[in-house]
Design a protein. Structure first.
Length: 157
């Protein structure tokens, strides 16, 4: 019985440690994100990241995508892109740039949610590299370029 209790305590301590690791990783990425934001917008972005009841769910979703899903963080984030998140509380990072992978905000449809056509597309072209933007464009293009086609398996036309 003592061994079972020790195992539970050990498992709890491991869980507590991993939660601390996740939390410290989150704050580390938040700091990197804030460093990429223009200095005059940084206080407003920091307030939205730290206080969930202060709006900014799109910004937190963007940081979560960087932290947990491997989304890309540019060295400098364009002010116009951050301004969308600061002015539209419904903006969400659902589109990405085909060229550089930057996540760009759209306003999701109120009827179709995140999977449908957005109500508002703020950046049809990327504010960094001027490539086209859309849903899953970067990773689709990346996957297409990595896919190798065996010429012997092609069907004759």
């Amino acid at each position: 019985m003592i061994e079972a209790k020790q195992k539970r305590v050990k498992a709890f301590n491991l869980q507590k440690k991993s939660n601390q690791d996740f939390e410290s990783h989150w704050f580390e990425i938040c700091e990197q994100f804030l460093n990429a934001v223009a200095s005059r917008q940084r206080p407003a972005v920091a307030a939205r990241l730290k206080q969930p009841n202060n709006g900014g769910s799109g910004l937190r979703d963007w940081v979560a995508a960087i932290t947990w899903r491997g989304a890309l963080l540019p060295e400098r984030i364009p002010e116009s892109l951050i301004q969308v998140y600061l002015t539209d509380p419904e903006a969400a990072p659902l589109h990405d740039c085909e060229g550089c992978g930057l996540l760009v905000p759209v306003r999701p449809s109120r009827f179709d949610g995140w999977d449908g056509e957005p109500e508002e597309v703020y950046f049809p072209t990327c504010p960094l590299c001027e490539s086209r933007t859309g849903q899953y464009l970067y990773f689709t293009k990346k996957h297409e370029s990595e896919k190798k086609i065996n010429p012997l398996r092609r069907r004759p036309r």
